[in-house]
Write a protein that binds this ligand. Structure first.
Ligand code: ADP
Ligand code: MG
Length: 270
């Protein structure tokens, strides 16, 4: 890794969604540079394209135009196989609604991507090692005493911790966090941010986090705001985001099995 060389670069990104022949432009020439080891907060009103940006950077989706470079490698037009590889090793994802598999325990949820990624035979070959690692990660996120609980037996904060452990299982270099505290109360949200911050500081994990809540931003973070499809200069810390009319309670959780936007994640998770 070269400290003088950016980890992730987005240039002139354009993305529009087409619905009923109406084109909705979301990103309109966005530029962003991310350095290794950064804790980068992406803020902006609801609908400003924050999730879209994360999906493009994380190869869950592709831009209409523009360039994305990871360590100098062009990834915006990578083959499906290369994108799978990136999602399975270089990138980790956590989301507002956790997307844990309800029928499986916390430990099984953390192990599941590895089981899917490797062949069944390969998995059994490494089973002890992988289990040990999954247990260590669950201990690391504070769930050492919840290994065999299913999601419905866990609190929201605990489910998000389990999803962080799942994301860490593949030792990602970049963790994308899309409103990871959006469904948690303030205290639990803060605990999750503290955990992410520790991972960033102690392990040098690069984190790109979308948040609505400027209270969660620390002075040491870099903040970029999305406005009109582009990155605007960092707003001052004390600036509170305008209310955008969208509260957590009126958001319906996506079901990962039926929401096509979650499908790539599910493929990773399974
Ligand atoms: P944010 O995360 O900042 O709230 P999004 O990136 O989710 O914003 O969405 C940006 C805009 O694109 C919104 O107007 C949203 O309705 C629209 N949009 C997002 N995903 C899709 C999609 N799959 N199909 C059509 N429109 C979409
Ligand atoms: Mg979003």
């Amino acid at each position: 890794m070269n400290a003088d060389f950016p980890l992730l670069v987005a240039r002139e990104l354009h993305k529009a969604y087409r619905k009923h022949k109406i084109e909705v432009p979301v990103l309109t020439g966005l530029d962003l540079t991310v350095w290794a080891g950064e804790f980068l907060c992406v803020v902006g009103a609801s609908g400003s394209g924050k999730s879209t940006l994360l999906h493009l950077l994380g190869t869950l989706d592709q831009p209409d135009r523009g360039t994305i470079l990871l360590d100098g490698e062009r990834i915006d037009q990578a083959t499906p196989r290369r994108r799978d590889q990136l999602r399975n090793s270089t990138f980790g994802f956590i989301f507002q609604f956790y997307h844990l598999l309800p029928e499986f325990t916390a430990l099984e949820n953390v192990l599941m991507p590895q089981l899917i990624r490797t062949s069944l035979w390969g998995y059994f070959w490494q089973r002890r090692k992988l289990r040990q690692r999954a247990i260590e990660l669950l201990e690391r996120v504070g769930l050492g005493d919840r290994l065999h609980h299913r999601p419905r037996e866990l609190s929201g904060g605990e489910m998000q911790r389990a999803s962080i452990a799942r994301a860490l299982m593949s030792e990602p270099r970049i963790l994308f966090a899309d409103e990871p505290t959006g469904n948690l109360d303030e205290l639990k949200g803060r605990e999750i941010i503290d955990l992410l911050r520790d991972l960033n500081r102690q392990q040098g994990l690069t984190i790109i986090m979308v948040t609505h809540n400027m209270d969660l931003v620390a002075p040491s973070d870099r903040v970029v705001r999305l406005t009109k499809g582009k990155v605007e200069a960092a707003p001052p810390l004390q600036m509170v985001l305008p209310p955008d009319g969208e509260t957590v309670s009126n958001k319906q959780p996506h079901h990962p099995l039926i929401d096509p936007r979650i499908d790539p994640l599910l493929r990773k998770a399974l």
